[in-house]
Design a protein around this ligand. Sequence first.
Ligand code: GDP
Length: 457
Amino acid sequence: MSIENTTVAAISTAQGEGGIGIIRISGNEAIEIADKVFTAVSGKKLSEHKGYTASFGYIKKDGEKLDEAVATIFRAPKSYTGEDVAELSCHGGMFITKEVLRAVLEAGAKPAPAGEFTKRAFLNGKLDLTEAEAVIDIISAKNKAAARAAISAKEGALWNRIEIIKRKLVTTAAHLSAWADYPEEDIEEVNEEKLKQTFNECMFDLNKLLETYDKGQTVKEGIDTVIAGKPNTGKSTLMNLISGHNRSIVTDIPGTTRDIVEETALVGDIVLRLSDTAGLRETADEVEKIGVRIAKERIDSCGLVLAVFDFSRELDDDDKALIEQIKDAPVIAVINKADLDGKLDEGYICNRIKRIVKISAKTGEGFESLEKEVANIAGTENFNPSEGILANERQRNAVFEAKGALKEAVNALEVGMTFDAVEVALEDAIEKILELTGERATEVVVDNVFHNFCLGK
Ligand code: GDP
């Protein structure tokens, strides 16, 4: 895979109004092109500057001043892409940034497709493929843990874990083939037990990596959560407490929340994709019946149920029916209205639902205990996102296949097949790992990775 020898440009900041907008130019002619549109107040040309230099001036288009700007110069290989880069920071208006980009394109740059800068960084060896993918994850992180995981991956946390496995396998493969191909040389004999041990160690490490995937996805994507309970237990109030603003309508009339309300909110470090459902009571109201049916379906398919009970009222048949329905689901019983006098039989719930928290959705009392239980149910309590985790399906699949190939190598050893067969399986495992890091990825794989990027990155 090679880089086309063109100089490309794009707006690298988000489209909208902001303090600053940045137009990034990368390629052999980046600085020359920037010089055509930018005039420094010092009178000094950008091409006369060293790398890591910023100068203040203005952008010209069609012979007129367009905007004030700061031009920053990076010289190859010390830039994001590994090429010469010029970044023009102008005011962050939609019109202005587009006009500056147009001036840059008229001066000779080509428009950069989505992800082009990071793709060039990858092709120039500045990043491996997992580190490049981490760039998208940093941009799209919705919480601290997701950002931490992505930044660590960008700094090579996942690459380091993979590199250890790769080194072991490559050394073993080299030894195997040297021993088989040069029998007359004085090469240490291949020891079957030692081979098996190496493969098993690598499979163990690959398995540990695979285990990071589900937790990583939970941290990144969040959990589909249903807030369930009979009318007037405080579901809407709880939803508002979690999401921090008045999203659903709160009233004293039982059955007010008839539809499913969708919301995304953070509880501790976990994103919950919340639906506040209609109460699960028996009803003759046709509209409410539909809400109740949808709520039941959601409970059966979601990742977490927050089942709300009213501390100030006695348990009734609707509460008991709900407990019956959710007892096998991942559920936290939320005993709400803890600020009022209690009439609820807590023991009945305790005997049927493992996780219980007592809160007042109205005052916020007890919210930390809910945060703790959510982290507990998500399995992220002892999860360290900085240690290098698999971030997407492509990575997971490559690790899964590498592990499968090693299993075949072990099987081949166990049934007494020739070392040739072991070598083929081992080469297959190495191939998958090199595909994961991008060292031997096909153009289709690489294009697919960068296809997910935004323009200007
Ligand atoms: P939903 O029908 O389950 O969605 O219940 P709502 O959230 O609409 O709440 C019903 C009533 O209970 C409203 O008057 C709320 O102000 C009140 N409420 C909700 N949570 C609490 C709480 O923790 N303490 C007290 N005292 N009242 C609450």
